[in-house]
Design a protein around this ligand. Structure first.
Ligand code: NAP
Ligand code: GCO
Length: 264
């Protein structure tokens, strides 16, 4: 029966990938505020240590693991360690990601593959590693971090758009294949959010900065705070009948054709 408790995450183990900082860190802190136990990974010891310290500053005792999410052996080993240290993963957020902004015909196949590897192959690898225990436990939540580029293209982000478009369909397929085991797999599609990943686009003189504000009905860049409530909703019992959905948290970008130029 629906109640305020429906949004609580007490007793749940939440594993957020690439969560030493940025969106992943914010989502994990939101989960912790609703009672979840936080485990995260990052690509090296320095980032993991930085993340543990940052979580501690928020009053959160998080467990951090060094793991490259593109390496299936490392992922399988890390998930086994998490299950030993904290218990089976109840909530997985496939957050780790990279972007390379290069005009397509100038982009090497190696660079294209690297983006696909982190942004699409890795979510497959990590979800594959946690689903068996979710099935045994009677269910779980998987949240893939998609993008505006799951729906739209733009110059220089061909690999990223291909990956995030694929991630949308992987989300729908996991929902389809494992929904019968009470596993809900959804995505969050952030708009343009103030994080290190978009910092190069937000320098005061960068034309993209003004462009994005004009393309966003909310008239601003998003913040990681804007994503925490939607993530808690998708991680909680309040969304047990939501499956295969990409929840776009974009200030209205995808709904908006754009403002008529002033001189028309
Ligand atoms: P970010 O600041 O670049 O953080 C990404 C995190 O993932 C970093 O900690 C990074 O570690 C880690 N990571 C990268 N490759 C990894 C690997 N192979 N194994 C483990 N960890 C790895 O990015 P963000 O802005 O927080 O974005 C997080 C997610 O949201 C990404 O999937 C991104 O595509 C998506 N997204 C972002 C926006 C936005 O506007 N910021 C909008 C829509 C979607 P390193 O520091 O070592 O790279
Ligand atoms: C870019 C940005 C975007 C954001 C995000 C938008 O270069 O266009 O980095 O891709 O990261 O994915 O949803």
């Amino acid at each position: 029966m629906f109640s305020e408790q429906s949004f609580r995450l007490d007793g749940k183990v939440a594993f957020v990938t690439g969560a030493s900082y940025g969106i992943g860190f914010a989502l994990a802190t939101g989960f912790a505020k609703y009672g979840a136990t936080i485990v995260f990974n990052d690509i090296n010891e320095e980032l993991v240590a930085k993340g543990i310290a940052a979580y501690r500053e928020e009053g959160i005792e998080a467990r951090g693991y060094v793991c490259d999410v593109t390496d299936e052996a490392q992922v399988q080993e890390t998930v086994a360690k998490i299950e030993r240290d904290a218990g089976p993963v109840d909530i997985l957020v496939n957050n780790a990601g990279i972007i390379k902004r290069i005009p397509m015909i100038e982009m090497s196949a190696e660079d294209f593959r690297k983006v696909i590897d982190v942004d699409l192959n890795a979510p497959f690898i990590v979800a594959k590693a946690v689903i068996p225990s979710m099935i045994k436990k009677g269910g779980g939540k998987i949240i893939n971090i998609a993008s505006m580029m799951s729906e739209l293209g733009r110059e220089t982000v061909s690999a990223y758009a291909a990956a995030k478009g694929g991630l949308k369909m992987l989300t729908k397929n996991i929902a389809s294949e494992y929904g019968e085991f009470n596993i809900q797999c959804n995505g969050i599609g952030p708009g343009y959010i103030e994080t290190p990943q978009t910092a190069p686009l937000r320098t005061p003189d960068h034309p993209f900065n003004k462009f994005i504000v004009s393309k966003t009905p909310a008239g601003r860049w998003g913040t990681t705070d804007d994503l925490m409530g939607p993530a808690v909703f998708l991680a909680s019992g309040a969304s047990d009948f939501v499956n295969g959905h990409i929840l776009y948290v974009d200030g209205g970008i995808l709904a908006y054709i754009g403002k008529q130029p002033a001189n028309d």
